[in-house]
Design a protein around this ligand. Structure first.
Ligand code: AMP
Length: 394
């Protein structure tokens, strides 16, 4: 177990907390504040323990001057202030006198939010390349460092690995702790262990498949990526999306682990890649040459649901159809329903599938909905996460 915020005496200390406030902002307004809400337990704990709380986060990408204004963290400070019901002082710079004075003037239980850490990327990618001088400087502003930004733990940046490497008292926050506790359940999963993968690209999932194919009992594949595996088996896929480059990989997996890999047998087929196109449910052996599968069909839903009902652990990444089209949400929705109706430990891994579960009101009914897209996948690939490995064990 990694050191945790509870392991430190925070009284009157300057506590640097790396949060993930990378929220969608449109016309200066926050569209979805979920990430800010999720950071509250750690921030409140620090305040409750009389700390001076200094918050860091990235927002979007900053490559050129024009990216600065649209990635300003000021709206986050305002929203956080509402949620905490107390003043959050926003410091619009990432270094210098203004920041240092603001920290000097802090009292216990005060909160400061520092400007977007990626503003430092404008000058030679200092944040993203974990510039040693920047890391030292940020670390010098505090006494304790807490990493609570799970979404970036797969990256070694100055605001996570950099600060952690320059302070003695370093730990994770409650959000990161929960992510690790839940994802670690997949290291030794209760069996049967089922992996569900969807989305369009095989390439993004190769690492996960390679790492988990031996460990899992079933691999259910839907979404666009299923067609590369179907093609590898010699099934007709019409004009469905094909990832040519990974056809050989798919063939290899089918040859070696074919008994574990369950592919769609029927699809919701469209003539064109748009929601207005005519569509029909069809078995793959009846799919016309000019039709493409944009969602799994009801027979496939039944098969997937049955396997889920017999599983003890399920991990799912990627939608099973083109979730953006209203006619193609059913497969994902129906399988999500089977998931929440099951008795399995159920873990959703990042991005689209968590958003889908949230829209349907299922997010709170799964065991865990992981917040880190790339970070979750890299964990599932068995890769080391630099933002975690730099934190000492408790
Ligand atoms: P990924 O980024 O690889 O997880 O893919 C997510 C995307 O996969 C979503 O935008 C979906 O629209 C897309 N997708 C899901 N099913 C299909 C399909 N059958 N054909 C094409 N794209 C799909």
């Amino acid at each position: 177990m990694k050191k945790n915020i509870r392991d430190f005496n925070l009284n009157n200390k300057k506590v640097l907390i790396r949060c993930d406030f990378n929220v969608p902002i449109k016309d200066g307004k926050i569209v979805d504040d979920n990430r800010i809400v999720m950071s509250l337990p750690t921030i409140k704990y620090a305040l409750g323990n009389n700390a001076k709380v200094i918050l860091f986060s990235h927002l979007g990408r900053v490559k050129e001057e024009a990216d600065l204004a649209k990635n300003d963290l000021a709206p986050v400070a305002a929203r956080l202030s509402e949620l905490l019901d107390k003043e959050v002082v926003f410091v619009p710079v990432t270094r210098g006198e203004e920041l240092e004075n603001a920290i000097k003037n802090m009292n216990p239980r005060d909160v400061i939010l520092v400007q977007n850490t990626r503003y430092e990327d404008l000058d030679g990618k200092k944040e993203s390349s974990n510039d040693p001088e920047l890391a030292k400087y940020w670390a010098s502003l505090g006494d304790v460092f807490i990493n609570d930004a799970f979404g970036t733990v797969h990256r070694a940046h100055a605001s996570n690995v950099g600060i952690a490497s320059n302070l003695e008292e370093v730990g994770v926050g409650f959000l990161v702790e929960k992510e690790l506790t839940e994802l670690e359940k997949l290291d030794n999963p209760e069996r049967p262990f089922t992996l569900i993968l969807g989305g369009s690209k095989v390439s993004d999932k190769i690492g996960v498949i390679e790492n988990l194919i031996k460990k899992c009992d079933y691999l259910l594949i839907g979404g666009g990526m299923a067609f590369t595996f179907l093609k590898a088996k010699g099934t007709n896929i019409g004009t469905s999306v094909l990832d040519e480059e990974n056809l050989e990989f798919a063939k290899k997996m089918i040859n070696e682990y074919g008994n574990k890999i369950i592919l769609p047998g029927d699809v919701n087929a469209f003539k064109e890649f748009n929601n207005e196109s005519s569509n029909r449910i069809v078995n793959l052996n009846e799919l016309e040459e000019d039709e493409m599968g944009l969602d799994i069909g009801p027979e496939t839903v039944k098969t997937f649901s049955y396997i889920i009902s017999t599983s003890k652990t399920v991990f799912w990444n990627g939608p099973l159809g083109v979730y953006e089209f209203s006619k193609c949400t059913k497969g994902t929705e129906d399988v999500l329903k089977a998931l929440v109706d099951s008795h399995a430990t159920t873990i959703l891994g990042g991005g689209d599938i968590v958003a889908a579960a949230a829209n349907l009101g299922y997010k709170d009914k799964v065991t865990h909905a992981s917040t880190g897209g790339g970070a979750t996948l890299e964990y599932m690939e068995g890769k080391e996460l630099p933002g975690i490995s730099c934190i000492p064990e408790a």
